[in-house]
Design a protein around this ligand. Structure first.
Ligand code: NAP
Length: 282
């Protein structure tokens, strides 16, 4: 297939390109080719003549989205509308990458694919609007929700490793009452490769198995990277000031993918693979 890939050099885009390029022809559409905030995006994608479009590009800075919700909406909601309109014109399916932050985070157990959404911040609202527009405009789509992604140069794992190498005087502190599904970009990309061959369109939760608080995730990162003796203090979400309000509890349950045989390994194993890949496992 000819696959048009937005955000091709972002964290997930890079992993998708690597996972798909042996089997498919990838048409990378980065900022040089498309600006999601502009309706001209429709023509640009139509001109690619793709058989499938994968759309991970987004304004992903959650605090930036909180400060400028209008920009978040333009890029993540209207930008996704332009991508969906292009798919409609081409008559091809779309893979839209969405997020755990479409949920409110007040559930008692992991969210299933068709649980009610209820975003609590501007980023989540803009990404949910992207889902709405995909469902509104297309018959053939995969909405792939992912969470707490690591795999590129800038992510939670890298932040923890940076802090461990040069710990602040006050010591390391991590939020213990924000819980999610840590997920490796390489594993998401492999799952998307499987999913697009199924033609089982719909909504999916593509996350590594298991869940963790930021505190627990950080502890495992430190231990796996050899910083076993480095102390780590738990703090509360309420004590960590930031522009965006994260939903506190958003582990995602993968029912729809699992029914097709698409499951991801436990996040601890995926983390070990990532640390090995970046050479920080000791
Ligand atoms: N990271 C996470 O923890 C996480 C969790 C849940 C869901 N997700 C979703 O997963 C997807 C991929 O995330 P990621 O971490 O790989 O993101 P990323 O590394 O920030 O990459 C985003 C990509 O989108 C491009 N982009 C941003 N604004 C654009 C615009 N206005 N027009 C055109 N392209 C634009 C970026 O280009 P530039 O580099 O040129 O800006 C970059 O290539 C996103 O849809 C995100 O919402 C991520």
């Amino acid at each position: 297939m000819r696959i048009a890939l937005t955000g091709a050099w972002g964290q997930l885009g890079t992993a998708l390109d690597a996972a798909l390029c042996a089997e498919h022809t990838i048409i990378p559409l980065d900022r040089d080719q498309i600006e999601l905030g502009s309706p001209a995006t429709v023509e640009r994608i139509v001109a690619s003549g793709a058989d499938l479009v994968i759309h991970p590009a987004a304004y992903t800075n959650v605090d930036g989205c909180a400060r400028d919700p209008g920009l978040a909406y333009q890029v993540n909601a209207l930008g996704t509308k332009y991508v969906a309109l292009a798919c409609r014109r081409l008559g091809v399916p779309l893979v839209y990458i969405s997020t755990n932050e479409v949920f409110a985070g007040d559930a008692a157990q992991p969210y299933a694919e068709y649980d009610a959404t209820g975003p609590v911040n501007a980023y989540g609202r803009s990404k949910l609007a992207g889902e709405v527009v995909v469902r509104e405009l297309l018959e053939r789509f995969y909405i792939v929700r992912i969470a707490w992604l690591f795999g590129g140069e800038q992510n939670f794992v890298r932040t923890v490793l940076r802090l461990a190498a040069n710990p602040p005087e006050a010591g390391l502190r991590m939020v213990a009452d924000e819980v999610g599904s840590p997920t490796y970009s390489v594993d998401v990309a492999a799952a998307v490769r499987q999913l697009i061959a199924t033609e089982h369109y719909g909504t999916y939760h593509v996350v590594n198995t298991g869940a963790a608080s930021r505190y627990h995730f950080a502890r495992v990162i430190l231990d796996q990277a050899g910083y076993t003796a480095l102390p780590l203090q738990p703090i509360r979400l309420a004590d960590y000031q930031r522009a965006s309000t994260p939903p506190p509890y958003t582990p995602l349950a993968n029912y729809a993918g699992a029914a097709l045989g698409i499951t991801l390994r436990p996040w601890e194993e995926a983390l070990a693979a990532y640390l090995k890949a970046i050479g920080d496992s000791r």
